[in-house]
Design a protein around this ligand. Structure first.
Ligand SMILES: Cc1cc2nc3c(=O)[nH]c(=O)nc-3n(C[C@H](O)[C@H](O)[C@H](O)COP(=O)(O)OP(=O)(O)OC[C@H]3O[C@@H](n4cnc5c(N)ncnc54)[C@H](O)[C@@H]3O)c2cc1C
Length: 93
């Protein structure tokens, strides 16, 4: 069938399939199933208001290079982006 030949009913079914498709969530995967590198930079060495190293002024870190290891599965991207935003905001001041 071409797009031009599709009936209104079939179009509605596609719309419903795309917007109202339901999935049964059976819970989160078990702890440690998530991927996280837990990089080498100790969190105690970072000022989280700027993402600047407390040991080396002018040196900044964000993302997986930081030693974040907890229930972060699915939030690692958010952590990396948020840290990068904080860092960039500080640098642009
Ligand atoms: C299989 C897998 C699945 C994942 N799934 C998820 C998920 O569903 N949700 C989630 O939130 N997180 C997930 N993560 C984690 C997420 O991908 C990372 O936390 C995130 O990408 C870290 O971002 P980053 O910028 O710190 O590091 P990276 O994304 O690793 O970026 C580092 C960059 O630096 C480059 N680089 C390295 N060395 C050098 C060098 N010497 N010179 C120049 N460039 C260099 C690398 O090529 C790379 O492009 C997953 C990770 C893996 C491995």
């Amino acid at each position: 069938m071409t797009w031009a030949d599709i009936s209104k009913k079939d179009l509605q079914l596609i719309c419903i399939g795309l917007t109202a498709f339901q999935l049964q969530v059976k819970g989160k995967s078990t702890f440690k199933d998530e991927f996280v590198t837990a990089g080498g930079i100790d969190l105690k060495e970072i000022d989280f208001k700027t993402m600047q190293s407390k040991l080396v002024p002018g040196l900044y870190f964000a993302g997986e290079v930081l030693n974040i290891d907890a229930l972060t599965g699915g939030f690692n991207f958010q952590a990396a982006w948020s840290e990068a935003w904080v860092l960039a905001e500080h640098l642009s001041l």
